[in-house]
Design a protein around this ligand. Structure first.
Ligand code: C5P
Length: 396
């Protein structure tokens, strides 16, 4: 039986080489509990077989407009049952059809007959993308309220390089799921810190930690999905920026503090995910310190606590802290929440969390503790943001 909360998507494939990515996309969406009904144009069937898409989605693929079993009404029935139609890949030709309201096969008819949102992931050669006709058609789709997913720039199947490449399956799945999130933080500003900091000792050496920034970036992504305006103050990481976030790159804790101070006044929510270095060198050397046989003593000064500063402002935003501990997680986390005067603190075991793709969080608030079981960091971040919204609403 169908669970009412499950989303239903019609995944439409048109005839482009990026069709192979649609197989992975179907799999990822289904893993997230989305029901996927695949529809393919005839051209798409030259790039990937309907048998593959049927096996992955667990449903017969819709191709033929004249299929007698649906009484010629597949375009109406299927679009009525869908929460959204996603075209991936969408060729230049199919985009032109959509822009002009043509309906000469099942998939284009389905799009025209829909009463649900349409999401389109363009995939084409860079010259075709740049062509004035395509750009006109894309602008028309945007005016019509169609959501564009990508494209991005990169190596193309034709050997050229440039704009027009379809997003990867993971990116598409992320954007499609984000599309369905209720925009509970619309009009709100979320300020976040993420990643490690780097405190210079000399011109080439420094003090840092193994934080990858993955959790902070996932929280930024979750806030974006909820419609928030996100300002991400990021220490050095190798991660792709969350699309739609304003990112301020910093290196040291002092720079992170300055950036937070500059932007905190109009923040509604502040989340300190960064693993800020607790100490910095008292006198970093401008030149590389030369090796010698003597003992080298490094004097360290404690850094200012950014989160404690924000939480103790006269009118603080709703503050969330993170605590990475290697032992006695609960005791340390509770003490930290109290010391920094935080309404909410998310605690994790450092040895499990740092650099990993998955994690487990325990949330501490006035009501006690709430375990967010082991999951990928984006799933945890989404659950954390739901908790933030609940607490904040209760406070208002
Ligand atoms: O006290 P501890 O460093 O374990 O606290 C961790 C929390 O405090 C995290 O949310 C971290 O981002 C924040 N923090 C901070 N500035 C510091 C140290 C930690 O904002 N200098």
């Amino acid at each position: 039986m169908r669970q009412e909360s499950r989303k239903r998507i019609v995944l439409g494939l048109t005839g482009g080489i990026a069709a192979y990515k649609a197989a992975e996309l179907a799999r990822l969406l289904m893993k997230q509990g989305v029901e996927v009904q695949v529809a393919m144009t005839e051209a798409a069937c030259h790039f990937i077989t309907p048998a593959t898409m049927q096996a992955l989605s667990g449903r017969p693929v819709l191709i033929n407009q004249w299929d007698a079993s649906s009484n010629g009404m597949a375009h109406i029935n299927t679009s009525r049952a869908a929460d959204a139609i996603v075209i991936a890949p969408a060729t230049a030709d199919f985009i032109a059809k959509l822009a002009h309201g043509l309906a000469d096969d099942l998939l284009s008819t389905l799009c025209l007959a829909r009463d649900c949102p349409l999401l389109v992931a363009p995939a084409m050669n860079r010259q075709m993308w740049a062509n004035a006709a395509t750009q006109r058609n894309i602008a028309q789709l945007e005016r019509d309220g169609v959501t564009l997913l990508g494209p991005c720039s990169g190596a193309q199947a034709c050997g050229e390089e440039g704009m027009g490449r379809m997003l990867e399956a993971e990116e598409l799945a992320r954007d499609i799921l984000a599309f369905f999130q209720p925009k509970l933080l619309s009009g709100m500003k979320v300020l976040l810190t993420a990643g490690p900091t780097y405190e210079a000792i000399d011109a080439v050496r420094g003090i840092t930690n193994r934080s990858s920034g993955k959790m902070g970036y996932a929280v930024a992504q979750a806030a974006l999905e909820l419609g928030a305006q996100v300002m991400l103050v990021s220490g050095p990481t190798a991660l792709a920026r969350p699309q739609g976030a304003q990112v301020v790159d910093v290196t040291s804790a002092a720079e992170m503090f300055d950036a937070v101070k500059q932007h905190v006044a109009d923040a509604d929510i502040f989340i300190g995910v960064a693993a800020v270095a607790d100490y910095r060198a008292t006198q970093p050397s401008g030149q590389k310190i030369k090796k010698s046989a003597d003992k080298l003593t490094l004097e360290l000064l404690p850094n200012l606590d950014i989160l404690a500063y924000v939480a103790n402002l006269p009118k603080p935003p709703f503050c969330v802290g993170f605590a990475a501990e290697s032992e006695n997680l609960r005791e340390h986390a509770k003490a930290k929440r109290k010391a920094k005067k935080l309404p909410l603190l998310a605690a994790n075991l450092a040895q499990q969390a740092i650099g990993a793709d998955e994690n487990e969080l325990i949330l501490f608030d006035d009501a006690g503790e709430h375990v967010l079981p082991r999951a990928d960091k984006l799933t945890l971040a989404r659950a954390l943001m739901q908790h933030v919204i609940k607490l904040r609403n209760a406070k208002i």
